[in-house]
Design a protein around this ligand. Structure first.
Ligand code: GDP
Ligand code: ZN
Length: 299
């Protein structure tokens, strides 16, 4: 029987099969044989040990299409980063960190701003202008009033999407809309184990039935832990690669290798003054630049 790992806790894996049954499985023997550890998102083959008790054993991990390290999930196609336009105001710094992290892993990102029902036109305009030139798709939605959700759903259809965002932005509300039976899916089975352990929350996959009319093919991942995103493998010299909207103006910089921070005759800063580059993005670049500079080892 083939299935997908929705969740892993304390050596147990929760696997949904295409007939929408969930089995609690162990992975005996897999480690020894293939030397890989099953991860959330993996497509696997299982042996059903007890149909009634919904218990099985993973016997094979199917080849991974992709593997994300942060968060550790297999077979992800894209990320949706959810912020609110207001309440809470977007934390641009966190947003840029997330964009950098996902670009490092070559994962396409859709930026989604929620709560458009309580936001002004100016507030929306500011976000549009800030992020439209940086190469990401930007959507405005209201989970509460069911606005913009069709467009989002169309983008999710047939794909596995990791959903991330800071707290208070409406992530649970959105998840509830997409997966109304989320609690039912694994809840019963895993609650026993979770209660016994002091588990930190892990990524959890949900099958989005509403969007899967072609089969067992649309999943959304609830990604927890979104407070501090530490940048790794980014240096002051490579940071600008993550700001593709700077590129057009870099040839106008007087100095080759200009960092666009303090140099005179800087094309990027000129573009910023003319309003061709978003101040939100530039300010963030500067902030992250300072942070990375201070992280340099001192000899
Ligand atoms: P989470 O912390 O990201 O999971 O956010 P929740 O889903 O718990 O939502 C936080 C608060 O925002 C709740 O009071 C929701 O009712 C509210 N909320 C969620 N979506 C919307 C929206 O589209 N518009 C407005 N006005 N409020 C929303
Ligand atoms: Zn410059």
């Amino acid at each position: 029987m083939q299935g997908k790992i929705l969740k892993g806790i304390a050596g147990f894996y929760y696997i949904e099969t295409s007939d929408e049954k969930i089995y609690e499985c162990k992975a005996k023997g897999i480690f020894r044989k293939d030397n890989i550890k099953p991860m959330v998102g993996d497509d696997v083959e299982i042996d059903i040990i007890d149909e009634e008790k919904q218990i099985g054993n993973i016997i094979r991990i199917l080849p991974r299409r992709a593997q994300l390290l942060r968060p550790p999930v297999a077979n992800v196609d894209q990320a949706v980063i959810l912020f609110a336009i207001v309440k809470p105001d977007p934390n641009y710094n966190l947003l840029d960190r997330f964009l950098i992290m996902m670009r490092q892993q070559n994962l396409p990102v859709i930026i989604c701003f929620n709560k458009q029902d309580i936001a002004s036109e100016e507030e929306k305009q500011k976000l549009t202008e800030s992020y439209e030139n940086c190469g990401y798709k930007v959507l405005f939605i209201s989970v509460k009033e069911d606005k913009g959700l069709d467009e989002l759903k169309a983008l999710l259809k047939g794909k596995t999407t990791t959903l991330a965002g800071p707290s208070g932005v409406g992530k649970s509300s959105l998840l509830n809309k997409l997966v109304p039976d989320a609690d039912m899916q694994i809840g019963e089975l895993s609650r026993k184990i979770e209660r016994g352990k002091n588990t930190t929350r892990h990524s959890e996959l949900f099958f989005v039935k509403e969007l899967s009319d072609e089969g067992f093919d649309t999943f959304i991942i609830d990604t927890p832990g979104f407070t501090s995103l530490e940048l790794r493998n980014v240096s002051v010299d490579t940071l600008m690669q993550y700001y593709p909207e700077f590129e057009d103006y870099e040839p106008e910089c007087r100095f080759g290798g200009c960092s666009h921070i303090a140099e005179p005759d800087c094309g990027v800063k000129n573009a910023l003054e003319k309003g061709l580059i978003s101040k939100v993005r530039y300010d963030n670049y500067k902030l992250l630049y300072e942070e990375l500079r201070n992280m340099r080892p001192v000899y």
